[in-house]
Design a protein around this ligand. Structure first.
Ligand code: HBI
Ligand code: FE
Length: 307
């Protein structure tokens, strides 16, 4: 990272001021946390649940980033940096490339539990940070940041942003016990964490780098397509090659609609997807239609990259 990057990254860092959170803010966190705890057993991937457990402090209220960072740093060398909200793409990528995760500090209000225009501290910390405890995923995020800086230079941010969207935010993973969630946008959304696994409507397709980069995404509703990886190693390996020739190749191919299917798609045969209730949650197949988090962010990406 250059000195200029360091400077602009520093300009976007703020102080979390943990002692200033009110009891109401902590109790909103606990409400969200407990709701997702119930929903995510049997739905989130083990790596996420293990990370959440290892971070410990997250159950009691909005965590102090310094304590979280110390646990994270000891595990994988990542730290959390407090930011005021969305940061510019180059700054975002520069943070990731240095193993710094930019997190917002504010929490949604009680009347916004299911709907929020932009990422808040619950999405950033509870959705993203647990997986950064996993060494392979931690390396993937850093590689993504480095790839982002390159993509900006090559004018292919739109393609790389789709990779982020369909993996880090909305990714699914195949396990021996069935399909599980690892995407943070899903993990922090009560409605979508049920819908993405159990609703018959969305496509669940095996991850393919070019296919993902060609696929437009929806910012205003649940996803119509989810991509399924086998493990985090597959994801990391997919980001190893130089993307320049890949960008060049897909630039000649048409985009794929959010609900589109193409000839080479390998649908994931989701045997578990219609067996809701197997872990006895009340919702069963009943799907709560609420937009997932990060809508504002998506609009931001769309505006800037003509998604
Ligand atoms: N800023 N705080 C924050 N969080 C994000 O997830 C984020 C961002 N700025 C840009 C951005 N994401 C996007 O560029 C990409 O994820 C593609
Ligand atoms: Fe996010």
């Amino acid at each position: 990272m250059t000195a200029v990057d360091d400077q602009s990254a520093a300009n976007f860092s703020i102080e979390q001021k943990w002692q200033d959170y009110t009891e109401e803010e902590h109790s909103i966190w606990r409400l969200l946390f407990e709701r997702q705890q119930q929903l995510l057993v049997g739905r989130a991937c083990d790596e996420f649940l293990e990370g959440l457990d290892a971070l410990g402090v997250a159950a009691y209220g909005i965590p102090d980033f310094r304590k979280l960072s110390d646990a994270l740093d000891a595990a994988t060398g990542w730290r959390i940096v407090a930011v005021p909200g969305l940061v510019p793409d180059d700054v975002f990528f520069a943070f990731l490339a240095r193993r710094r995760f930019p997190s917002t500090c504010f929490i949604r209000r009680r009347d916004q539990l299911d709907y929020l225009q932009e990422p808040d501290v619950f999405h950033d910390i509870c959705g993203h940070v647990p997986l950064l405890m996993n060494p392979v995923f931690a390396d993937y995020m850093q590689a993504y940041g480095e790839g982002g800086l390159k993509a900006l230079g090559l004018g292919h941010l739109q393609h790389l942003a789709r990779l982020y969207w369909y993996t880090v935010e909305f990714g699914l993973i195949a396990t021996r016990r069935g399909l599980r969630i690892y995407g943070s946008g899903v993990l922090s959304s009560a409605g979508e964490s049920v819908y993405c696994l159990e609703d018959p409507r969305p496509h669940r397709i095996r991850f393919d780098l070019r296919r993902v980069m060609r696929t437009r995404y929806r910012i205003d509703d649940f996803q119509q397509t989810y991509f399924v990886i086998d493990d985090f190693r597959q994801l990391f390996d997919a980001t190893r090659p130089d993307f320049a020739p890949i960008y060049h190749e897909i630039a000649t191919q048409p985009d794929i609609e959010p609900d589109g299917l193409v000839r080479d798609d390998r649908p994931f045969n989701a045997s578990r997807s219609l067996s809701a209730g197997s872990h006895g949650q009340k919702n069963g197949l009943q799907v709560v239609r609420s937009p997932s988090l990060g809508r504002k962010r998506l609009e931001d990406v769309r505006q800037h990259h003509n998604q």
